[in-house]
Structures are given as C-alpha cells and as structure tokens.
Design a protein around this ligand. Sequence first.
Ligand code: THU
Length: 128
Amino acid sequence: MADSLVEAAREAQGRAYAPYSNYPVGAALEAADGRVFTGCNVENASHGLAMCAERVALGTAVAAGARDFTRVVVVTRSDPPASPCGACRQVLAEFAPDAVVTSVGPGQTLEWTVRDLLPAAFSRSQLP
Ligand code: THU
C-alpha cells in the first residue's frame, strides 16, 4: 500500500523508541481538515509506561487543535499487522468512532472502522 498517510506512518515508525519490545510501530492520523499527525511507540525501562503509537499521534493532534479524524494508519513489522490495542481503541473512539483504521504489515493490510474494533464503546453520553 503506498499512499501518503502510509508513508507518514512509516516515517514515524522509523522514529519509534522500542528497545524493549524491538517492535517499532508508526501511526498517522488524517484530520477532517486534511492535516496529518503522526506518532510512534515510546517505551520505558518501567515497561508499563510504554506509550502506543496511536495514542501518541492522537495526543499530538488534539494538542494542535484537531478533533475530527477520517483515517488512521498503523504500520508494524508483523503479518498480520497489529490492530490497535484495547486502550487505543477506547481513546480513538472518543474522537473518531467512524474513522477507518488501516493496519499495514510487510505483506498484509487489514481495515476496519473504529466502531468495528470497539462495539458498544463507553462514551461521554453514558456519563450522568
Ligand atoms: N504497540 C503500539 O504502539 N501500537 C499497537 O497497535 C500495538 C502495540 C506498541 C506497544 C509496545 O511498545 C510494542 O508495540 C509492543 O507491544
């Protein structure tokens, strides 16, 4: 797959800090206004503090004022490629339940919507 969002995610993957898992991940988010935001996983000697590429990208985007997203691309080294973890699904659902998520590995590409990945997500509408 060779579109510009995949390229952006690949470049971010190259900046991953993943010395513990040796599993670099890159993510790219396309905002409704056309802007692209990227993230990579950022691990830590205290392993539980690892940040996933998707949430790094989302935090970067929200901090820049973007809240509506159309697409998310995740690039990993594995086939099948990684789908976003449960925590990232919940965080993506907050802003982009209808966004299309594309996971790209060396040979395989998978696609879902955020809603497919997290049906019946908890949302702000359930708060009292
Ligand atoms: N990881 C991500 O960044 N995104 C995913 O979609 C799957 C997992 C990271 C977390 C950790 O740094 C490494 O991949 C191995 O789990």
